[in-house]
Design a protein around this ligand. Structure first.
Ligand SMILES: C[S@@+](CC[C@H](N)C(=O)[O-])C[C@H]1O[C@@H](n2cnc3c(N)ncnc32)[C@H](O)[C@@H]1O
Length: 315
């Protein structure tokens, strides 16, 4: 998008300095943007709007993709062994003890699998998700479980409509890689989280090798078009440190995945086994893609690298 923006600016014979003035974005930021360096969501919005480039489509495209993908997944979501495994949920929840009296945000809550566990311990938990079908599932499951301290909220992680310093803890599992602008989301989290509040993240991470990471990202995007980007551990650490999340506490492990189960969860139809055959081809040629990709007894399997990060918000 930065290339298109620069092209249009030049076509319109607007200098960077003029654009800075009309868009109220600093010249330095415009310069960074046009050099392909990531800038904040709100600065990009101002630049594109002032060049009459439809910004809404850009952002809403990612939101729409997530809504479509997760509205489809909602009903059978918790049937997946990958999603409903108690061990990793307990591991996540353990990081936030004690919960007594705490107000917690579950960001990208899905069906509320984690919210329901935390509801047993905390004062209240806000389960926020962009997908209506996911929010419906949370409401139905709340009724079944007679849980009164889970508050389902339909909303966008890029624009958290809560008061500043509202939460003691923010948890987010398997959601960051779906988001269009993780830097903006981290800023939003920082805003609604109290000073010394904690952020607990569980997500998939990629290989540190760029080529392997690219392939991992691309295979995942084919399987689920709502994926934006998996980060490697160093990228994530850098982003957190940059905005003063401190005391990084990190655990890493590998999750066994079977191709069929991995595909089934996202409801992707691998017509003519195209994705299967590409990945199988890598596996039988001994290219493990940083995933221990394996093809044995007609089964394609791999190990997904996972991270749990706990950080403290310092304002
Ligand atoms: C893979 S699911 C994880 C659900 C849950 N955290 C879990 O671990 O079971 C990702 C969730 O993020 C939600 N999501 C995606 N983009 C979002 C956004 N911009 N704002 C809020 N939620 C979003 C999706 O609707 C989906 O429910």
């Amino acid at each position: 998008m930065f290339e298109k923006s620069m092209k249009i600016r030049k076509e319109k014979r607007i200098t960077q300095k003029e654009l800075a003035k009309i868009s109220e974005v600093s010249l330095k930021t415009i310069n960074r943007y046009e050099n392909g360096i990531k800038i904040s969501f709100s600065s990009e919005k101002k630049i594109l709007e002032n060049l009459n480039i439809n910004f809404e489509n850009l952002h809403t495209e990612n939101i729409e993709k997530n809504k479509i993908s997760f509205n489809k997944q909602a009903e059978e979501y918790e049937e997946s062994k990958y999603i409903n495994q108690k061990n990793s949920v307990i591991q996540l929840i353990n990081k936030g003890y004690p919960y007594t009296g705490k107000r917690v945000l579950d960001l990208g809550a899905g069906t509320g699998f984690i919210s329901r566990e935390i509801a047993k311990l905390a004062k209240e938990i806000y389960a926020l998700d962009i997908s209506k079908a996911m929010i419906n599932q949370i409401e139905n499951l709340n009724k079944n479980n007679k849980l009164k301290n889970i508050i389902p909220v339909r909303g966008d992680a890029h624009n958290l409509e809560f008061d500043e310093n509202f939460f003691d803890t923010v948890i987010t599992r398997l959601t960051l890689h779906h988001l269009k602008d993780i830097d903006l989301v981290l800023k939003e989290i920082k805003k609604v989280l109290k000073n010394f509040g904690e952020l607990i993240i569980v997500d998939i991470i990629t290989s540190e090798k760029e080529e392997e990471a690219d392939l991992q990202n691309n295979f995942n995007k084919i399987r689920d078009f709502s994926h934006n980007k998996f980060f490697n551990l160093n990228e994530l650490k850098k982003k957190l440190k940059e905005i003063n999340f401190c005391n990084l506490d990190i655990e890493i492990w590998k999750e066994d995945r079977i191709f069929e189960e991995w595909i089934k969860l996202s409801k992707y139809k691998d017509e003519d086994n195209v994705l299967f055959n590409i990945m199988k081809h890598f596996a039988i040629n001994g290219i493990k893609l940083g995933l221990d990709l394996k093809y044995e007894d007609s089964k394609l399997s791999f190990k997904q690298k996972m991270v749990l990060i706990k950080v403290i918000n310092i304002k």
